[in-house]
Design a protein around this ligand. Structure first.
Ligand SMILES: [Cu+2]
Length: 237
């Protein structure tokens, strides 16, 4: 799936897989995590189904004199607990490692554009400090978050009230907005396009109306758009 999104860094290039175009791709990190989680989840599910079926067949109703006498098995249970603990520790390790790599890249990258993305009940506010542009989606607004392609864009994610999540499904990108802190994401859009976005953290009555679009334009088109916004005070499209 080429969604046209990459996360790049000059300083931490060796930390992430490079895409064929030379950009660093955060999605491959998460793909790697996903590829490990899914087989483990399927294996655990199959184990539970098998154990349940065996229990139903082996311990089905029978005359009282033939019922099983034992009800616990310390060694088996300890081994099972140990196995599950190892699986959890392993999954935590690969998850936190992937997140650390992405955070490292976000912190080191020097962005060409910074966009402050603020979530609140129930709208998005996109602020471009270098251009003095402010965009508000309003409730059920499909206001576009406009970004240039081929340039490093840093999103500074913040929330005014509760936890929201900045989610662009087609780009396979999601990041929480935590009240009281700023989360940094540094992304590079490798091709232009329009991508639907949505708040992905239940945040109250109108959670489902927190929608927006990401519109990736060529660098020249973006500059023209930004100048139009500045000239019209945000009334231009
Ligand atoms: Cu929300």
């Amino acid at each position: 799936m080429d969604a046209g999104l990459s996360l790049s860094s000059h300083g931490a290039a060796s930390l992430l897989h490079a895409t064929p175009s030379g950009l660093i791709d955060t999605r491959s990190q998460y793909q790697h995590v996903f590829d490990i989680y899914v087989p483990i989840a399927i294996g655990v599910f199959a184990l539970f189904v098998l154990a349940t079926l065996l229990a139903v067949i082996i311990y089905r109703r029978r005359p009282p004199e033939r019922a099983a006498r034992w009800y616990e098995h310390d060694r088996l249970e300890a081994g099972y607990a140990l196995l599950l603990s190892c699986v959890v520790a392993f999954l935590l390790y690969i998850t936190l490692t992937a997140e650390h790599r992405v955070d490292t890249v976000s912190a080191r990258e020097r962005p060409q554009l910074v966009v402050n993305v603020t979530g609140s009940k129930w709208e998005w506010h996109f602020n471009y400090p270098a251009y003095g542009i402010d965009l508000y989606t309003g409730t059920v607004g499909h206001q576009d978050l406009v970004v240039p392609t081929g340039e490093t864009v840093r999103f500074r994610l913040a929330s005014l009230d509760v936890i929201h999540a900045f989610w662009v499904p087609q780009l396979r990108y999601k990041h929480d907005l935590i009240p009281g802190s700023i989360q940094n994401s540094t992304l590079t859009f490798s091709r232009s396009g329009l991508f639907a976005g949505q708040c992905a953290e239940f945040c109250g009555l109108f959670h489902s109306t927190m929608v927006f679009n990401v519109r990736a334009l060529s660098a020249a088109e973006f500059t023209a758009w930004a100048q139009r916004q500045q000239a019209t005070g945000g009334a231009g499209a």
